[in-house]
Design a protein around this ligand. Structure first.
Ligand SMILES: Cc1cc2nc3c(=O)[nH]c(=O)nc-3n(C[C@H](O)[C@H](O)[C@H](O)COP(=O)(O)OP(=O)(O)OC[C@H]3O[C@@H](n4cnc5c(N)ncnc54)[C@H](O)[C@@H]3O)c2cc1C
Length: 359
């Protein structure tokens, strides 16, 4: 198998497939550099830019593919984390996640969710004035956050132990080879030697359409940029005792780091250029609720692009042809959905090989 793209979706998929006994080669030019150095002037790939928040159980809908994928991922994450701790012992799901209500309608919706999902660790929290004024909210004990750089480091180390070949190269082209009854996929990187595979899994987020269009499959994606800021606080909380791992206020997430430090994000900006006014708007909006944010100093600032499928619901999980699978366009939830995606790919490959054996 070839997996193209080594963000959390591709790396997680390659690792899972190798654990299931497949021989896997993973392609991504970024594999040539350390995960931590995976940034150019603040611009990171989707996974490294992400806050790593897992909002699985607080999802608004109660049915459909989105809900099923979230439930499956949240069921798989504890096993994934346990296995990955062998490589990064500090990797853990930091919880709980608390969402605060800013108006009565939101509060009512939260009350409805808690009523339906008591068994999934959701609880209501009362109105308060301090430290964050709110009408109330909900606390989700089993949602939370994974540190995305640590997660990617763990995945790279884990892949090495199950013999995933990590190939630091950009895939320029995919070509059909083989015969109708025995299709093969050629992966071209511009190097002299090319490899043919039984199956290719495309996990290249925004670059997926570039590989698919020449094969006659149009799957355009649109970029939605997100900025994150790492703040040093002068006032306000000096340590994070009794704070949740993730506090979600007005749609933005606050993630406490070490004492006096806080991650804040992420903006939702159409296009691929970071707009300073979107960052200012986020800080101003939150600063009116949390005045201590106004005096905070930025320590670091970065951004990344989310791949949003055009006119199709995210994510795109499709078998386009025998041996050609697409697992991409995860938009705002790629970290959350990585385990369920990897499982979907593996089941797709099993179905596809069963089809060939019986035909
Ligand atoms: C600011 C921000 C905050 C976010 N917060 C969260 C969050 O809290 N929780 C959450 O679940 N999600 C979050 N997301 C979304 C999440 O980051 C993405 O959904 C997820 O990273 C998608 O993973 P991926 O592996 O599909 O894509 P990426 O991480 O973008 O990886 C794609 C990889 O494909 C490689 N590639 C591209 N073209 C080729 C090619 N031709 N050949 C070989 N390799 C190629 C690239 O080099 C890249 O490494 C956030 C995103 C942003 C930008």
């Amino acid at each position: 198998m070839a997996v193209v793209g080594a963000g959390v979706v591709g790396a997680g998929t390659a690792w899972h497939l190798a654990q299931c006994g497949y021989s896997v080669c993973l392609y991504d030019p970024r594999l040539g550099a350390a995960v931590d150095s995976d940034q150019i002037n603040g611009n990171r790939n989707g996974t490294s830019a992400s806050l790593g928040v897992l909002m699985g159980h607080v999802y608004r809908r109660h049915s459909g593919r989105g809900w099923r994928l979230r439930q499956r991922s949240m069921a798989l994450w504890p096993q994934w984390i346990k296995a990955l701790q062998t490589f990064e012992p500090d990797l853990r799901l930091q919880s709980p996640l608390i969402q605060l209500a800013d108006d009565d309608d939101v509060l009512k919706r939260m009350q409805g969710l808690v009523e339906r999902r008591k068994g999934l660790g959701l609880q209501l929290i009362p109105a308060m004035d301090n430290p964050v004024p709110c009408l109330g909210g909900l606390s989700s004990l089993r949602d939370g956050r994974l540190e995305p750089l640590m997660l990617q480091r763990a995945l790279r180390l884990a892949m090495a132990t199950v013999s995933v070949q990590q190939h630091p190269a950009k895939v320029r082209n995919l070509k059909r080879t083989g015969t109708n009854g025995d299709p093969r996929w050629r992966v071209e990187t511009g190097e002299e030697s090319c490899q043919d595979y039984e199956a290719v899994v495309i996990c290249t987020a925004l670059n997926s359409d570039g590989l698919l269009a020449p094969l006659g499959h149009e799957r355009p994606m649109t970029p939605v940029l997100g900025q994150v800021i790492d703040l040093e606080l002068k006032d306000g909380p000096s340590n994070w005792k009794n704070w949740p791992a993730v506090l979600s206020v007005q749609g933005f997430n606050l993630v406490p780091k070490q004492p006096g430090r806080l991650l804040l994000g992420a903006t939702l900006e159409p296009g691929a250029e970071a707009d300073p006014s979107a960052l200012k708007l986020m800080l101003d909006r939150l600063g009116s609720t949390l005045p201590w944010l106004k005096s905070a100093t930025p320590v670091e600032h970065w951004w990344g692009l989310r791949a949003r499928p055009v006119d199709r619901p995210a994510p795109l999980l499709e078998q386009l042809e025998p041996g050609l699978l697409l697992a991409s366009g995860h938009y705002r939830n790629g970290v959350l959905l990585a385990p369920a995606t990897a499982e979907w790919v593996q089941k797709g490959l099993n179905r596809s090989s069963a089809m060939f054996t019986s035909s």
